[in-house]
Design a protein around this ligand. Sequence first.
Ligand code: FNR
Length: 366
Amino acid sequence: TGDTSARKLEHLKMIVSSKVESRESTLLEYVRIVHNPTPEVNLGDVDLGIDFCGGRLKAPLVITGMTGGHPDVEWINRELASVAEELGIAIGVGSQRAAIEDPSLARTFRAAREAAPNAFLIANLGAPQLSLGYSVREVRMAVEMIDADAIAIHLNPGQEAYQPEGDPFYRGVIGKIAEAAEAAGVPVIVKETGNGLSRETVAQLRALGVRCFDTAGLGGTNWIKIEVFRGKKAGSPLEAGPLQDFWGNPTAVAVMEARAAAPDAYIIASGGVRNGLDAARAIALGADAAGVALPAIRSLLSGGRGATLKLLRAFEYQLRTVVYMVGERRARGLWRAPIVVWGRLAEEAAARGIDPRWYANILRLE
Ligand code: FNR
C-alpha cells in the first residue's frame, strides 16, 4: 500500500540520517603511502581504469549494493546508477529477495540497468537465503532480472542475529555459495556488510572457485547497530553492548587478510571508505578497487544526484592525485608504491601472519 511505501522511504531516511557507523575505525589511518616529491609523471598521464571481475571500470570505485524492493526507492537505484554510468564505475543494487518473492517489484531493481546500460552492474542476494533454500535458480533470476555483470552474495550473520525478524541461518553456507559460484553464469562477489571478511573465509571460498570479494569491514556502516536502533523503536529487548561498535574485522585488516588468502582475486575494499585517500590506502594494501555505500546514499538524499556526482568525482580526483604523487600512471601502481604500515595495523597484521611486503610482490600489475 501507499502507506507502507512511504514508510519504506522514511525508514531508509532514518537509517541514513542516524549514527549508524562503528566507533571503531577502519585502521586505514595506519597506512602512510610514501610521498614522492619527484614523481617523473604528469598528472595528465594518470589513467585510473582497471579490469575488474571480467569487466572494465574507468576508475577503481564501486557504489556497493543498498536498495530496491519497494516502489518508493526505485528512484534511488536509478539516480545512483546514472552516476555510476557517467563516471564509468561499478554499482550494486540491494538484496533482490523482495523481487524474487514478488516479481512486480523487479522494476525497482531494473531501474538501475535502465539508467546504466553500460555500467558494471552487480546483482545481490543474501547468504541466509541460500542456506534456507535458494538455489542456482534464484541466483540466475537475480542476475537476469537486471542483466547483471556479477552477483554479490552478502554475508551478514551479525545483522541477522540482532534483527528481531532476522534469519540467523548460516549452516551449509559455504557449500551453497560454491554451488552458486559455479552455476551463476557471471562472477560471484562474496561480500560482508560491515563486519569484515576474514582470511579463513576468503581462503575457503577461493579454493571453491570464488574470485571476487568485497571486504565490507568494520569502521563504516554497522548493521548490528542499525538493527539494535530499529529494534528499540519496535520494543525489541536485544542489546548488542560493545558489539555494535567493536565487533568485526576492520577494513584495513580485512583487505590485508583477503589479499593474503587470495593473491589472484579481485578485491573491493569497503566499509568506512570515506574519501579518495582512504581509497588509495586500501588499494595500496592490495585491493583492486574501493567501495562506498553510506556516503553515496547520504549525499543523494541530502543534495540530490549532483551531490553524489560531486562526492564521487572528488574521490576519483583525490585517488588520481595520489597515484601521480607516488610517480605511477595506473591505479594498480599503488601496489608497488612504498608504504608504511604502522601502529595497531602493523601489530594486527603480524598477529595474523601477514607481511604486506611479501604479498605486494605477487600481485599482477597492469
Ligand atoms: C547496505 N548494505 C547492503 N549490502 C548488501 O549486500 N545488500 C543490501 O541490501 C544492503 N543494503 C544496505 C542499505 C544501506 C542503506 C546501507 C548504508 C548499506 C551494505 C553496504 O553494501 C556496505 O557493505 C556497507 O554499508 C559498508 O560500506 P559503508 O556504508 O561503510 O561505505
